[in-house]
Design a protein around this ligand. Structure first.
Ligand SMILES: Nc1ncnc2c1ncn2[C@@H]1O[C@H](COP(=O)(O)OP(=O)(O)OP(=O)(O)O)[C@@H](O)[C@H]1O
Ligand SMILES: [Mg+2]
Length: 234
C-alpha cells in the first residue's frame, strides 16, 4: 500500500457563467519519505492540488488515500484534526503572525494540539536551534530577513512532527543565495526526519533535490521528462 494514493481527482471553480476545470483526472502515488517536485505553468492548478491533498479544500470527485484511508468527504472536524496532526504547510509568503515572535509563531500550532506549554516551548526552541535561529527566537517577523522568516516558517511546519510537508513555492520569494541555504536546510531536515513532501517550485535547484519531478499539465500530473516536444518548461 502506498503512503499516498490520489486517484482521478477532479476540481472545478465557477467563473462567471462557466466553470474553470482545473484538475481533470489527476492521479499520483507516493511512498513514505519521497520528495516530489511539482512544476507547471501559472494557473495550471498546482496550489489547488496542494490544497486538496492538504485537506484544506474538497475535490468534486476522486479519492485521496493516506495509508489506505480516504480523506475525501470527511467531516470538517476530522479534517481539521488530520491537518493539524499529519500535515505541515510552508507557503511562498511564510504567513507568520506579524505581532508575535519567531518562538511564539512556532509554538502556536503545538498549543492548538493541546500539548503542555512547557513541552511546546522546548520543542519550538529546539526547532529554531535546528534551523539556525536560536539567537533570533525573540524577534518578530518584521525584524527578520526573508530567509530567516522562511526558516521560521519551516520550523513552524515541522513543529508537530508531521508525516507530510506541503510547500508552495517555499523559496520563490528569496534571492538565489538565500534560497540555496533554505534548500540545504530542507534537505538536511529531510534526511533527519524522513517526512514525505510535495513541493511546488519553479526553482531547478530545489526540484533537483527531489526524488521525483512531475508537471501539472491539462489538469493532470505527468512525469517531467515525458512532456511533449515543447516540454522544456521549468
Ligand atoms: N477559489 C477559487 N475560485 C475560483 N477560481 C479559482 C480559485 N482558486 C483557483 N482558481 C482558479 O483555478 C486555476 C488554478 O489556480 P491555482 O492557484 O491552483 O494555479 P497555480 O498553478 O498554483 O498558479 P501559480 O503558479 O500562479 O501560483 C486558476 O485559473 C485560478 O484562477
Ligand atoms: Mg499557486
Amino acid at each position: 500500500m502506498s503512503f499516498l494514493c490520489v486517484k482521478d481527482l477532479h476540481k472545478s471553480y465557477p467563473s462567471g457563467n462557466t466553470v474553470v476545470r482545473v484538475l481533470r483526472g489527476l492521479s499520483l502515488q507516493l511512498e513514505e519519505g519521497d520528495l516530489l517536485a511539482v512544476l507547471g505553468a501559472s494557473g495550471s492548478g498546482k496550489s489547488t492540488f496542494l490544497h486538496l491533498v492538504g485537506a484544506m479544500e474538497q475535490p468534486d470527485s476522486g479519492s485521496i488515500m493516506y495509508q489506505g484511508v480516504n480523506i475525501v468527504a470527511r467531516h470538517a472536524q476530522q479534517l481539521a484534526r488530520f491537518r493539524n496532526e499529519k500535515i505541515g504547510f510552508v507557503f511562498q509568503f511564510h504567513h507568520l503572525l506579524p505581532e508575535f515572535t519567531a518562538l511564539e509563531n512556532v509554538i502556536f500550532p503545538l498549543l492548538i494540539r493541546g500539548e503542555a506549554v512547557t513541552k511546546c516551548r522546548a520543542v519550538a526552541e529546539r526547532l529554531l536551534d535546528e534551523v539556525g535561529l536560536r539567537e533570533r527566537a525573540g524577534h518578530k517577523p518584521g525584524e527578520l530577513s526573508g530567509g530567516e522568516q522562511q526558516r521560521v516558517a519551516i520550523a513552524r511546519a515541522l513543529a508537530g512532527s508531521p508525516r507530510i510537508i506541503l510547500a508552495d513555492e517555499p523559496t520563490g520569494n528569496l534571492d538565489t543565495r538565500t534560497a540555496e541555504s533554505v534548500h540545504h536546510l530542507f534537505q538536511r531536515l529531510h534526511v533527519e526526519r524522513k517526512f514525505t513532501a510535495i513541493i511546488v517550485t519553479h526553482n531547478p535547484a530545489l526540484a533537483g533535490i527531489c526524488h521525483h519531478k512531475k508537471l501539472l499539465q491539462d489538469g493532470k500530473l505527468v512525469n517531467y521528462p515525458d512532456v511533449g516536444i515543447f516540454g522544456a518548461y521549468a
